[in-house]
Design a protein around this ligand. Structure first.
Ligand code: PEP
Ligand code: MG
Length: 328
């Protein structure tokens, strides 16, 4: 019998054959951390920090100061009481416009967004990095960098973090010296050059929303092409498989924090492929947990092999349905 979803809060997400899946919450404001705890999340897998920066008018000085950001990050970190909190650095541009950013007008999704914007505006980036590092003194903070496609972007980001650390050290301000640093895999080029990433970073997190947008060349904000947004397109499945395989080989954690992680129709697919960390809106978490409790990873192996070898979308759908109907 199905347990009441509310009662699942303290039940760990373990499959029938004993595989533990870490379920994390996505948050947009620090107060959302309460909902994450309520839902029984093991941590915050994605703190979309850009929401602190958006909807402000009146020029650059209107962006949140280091102190204001510190208060926000610290609140989320303290609410999570030692559980991991992955703070993503500013991901503005495209569907998340920053009021004073006059840069991109044409093709904003391909323009100066996320890490590209931060490396062009090092002052803004440095202020945020210092605030995140300072918040790390109050719990278990990880830094996540969005939209990385180039090795130099990793190198420059790591150098900026080192610089922020040495500034804080010189000022005698506490932070976590061993803070974990990861990158989003959300540009196809990243999923196709994983050795570049696993060498330099502590973890990966797949942003399926953008990975699908860029792989299938469909603007995620354009309703005219919404019908082409297919998260089980064979190209997407291949990129996911490549990423989880590369991370396993390099022995670094890989999460999914895009919409696919919160779609119960895909839970068995993702767990079967080898994903062990899923981050999603808190409201969906109990339902995903329920699905995991009824899953047997070993029994899915055959279906996973089949789904990764077929390039026939109809066959992919059939296998997905088959997997969901399996009772263990
Ligand atoms: C994603 O792209 O899947 C993601 C998690 O980031 P966002 O939706 O904020 O772009
Ligand atoms: Mg994204």
């Amino acid at each position: 019998a199905k347990k009441k979803l509310g009662k699942l809060r303290k039940t760990p997400a373990i499959t029938r054959d004993g595989v533990e899946i870490t379920l994390l919450a996505n948050i947009e404001m620090p107060e959302d951390a309460h909902a994450a705890i309520e839902a029984g999340a093991s941590g915050v897998g994605l703190f979309r920090s850009e929401f602190l920066f958006m909807g402000r008018t009146g020029g650059e000085h209107q962006l949140p100061s280091e102190e204001e950001q510190l208060i926000a990050y610290k609140l989320a970190v303290q609410t999570m009481k030692g559980r991991p909190v992955t703070i993503r650095t500013l991901d503005v541009g495209a569907d998340k416009p920053l009021e004073h950013n006059e840069h991109n007008i044409l093709n904003p999704a391909l323009g100066l967004r996320a890490i590209r914007y931060c490396l062009k505006e090092p002052q803004i980036f440095m202020t945020q990095l210092r605030a995140i590092l300072r918040a790390s003194a109050f719990g278990n903070v990880h830094i996540l960098i969005p939209m990385i496609a180039h090795a130099f972007e990793i190198d420059q980001s790591l150098a900026m973090i080192e610089k922020a650390k040495s500034e804080l050290r010189a000022e005698g301000i506490a932070f976590d010296e061993d803070i974990k640093i990861g990158a989003m895999i959300e540009v196809p080029a990243a999923a196709l050059s994983l050795p570049m990433f696993v060498k330099k970073l502590d973890f990966l997190s797949i942003g399926t929303n953008d990975l699908i947008q860029y792989t299938l060349a469909i603007d995620r904000a354009d309703h005219e092409v919404a019908h082409l947004y297919n998260d089980t397109h064979p190209a997407i499945l291949q990129l996911l498989d490549m990423t989880v395989t590369a991370a396993e080989r390099a022995n670094i954690p890989v999460a999914i924090c895009g919409g696919m992680a919160g779609d119960v129709k895909l839970t068995r697919l993702l767990v079967g492929m080898g994903f062990r960390e899923l981050s999603m809106p808190a409201a969906i978490l109990p339902e995903i947990k329920q699905e995991i409790l009824g899953t047997n990873v070993r029994e899915l192996e055959g279906s996973i092999r089949k789904i990764l070898r077929t390039y026939d979308p109809k066959h992919i759908q059939e296998i997905l349905v088959e997997m969901r109907e399996q009772v263990f």
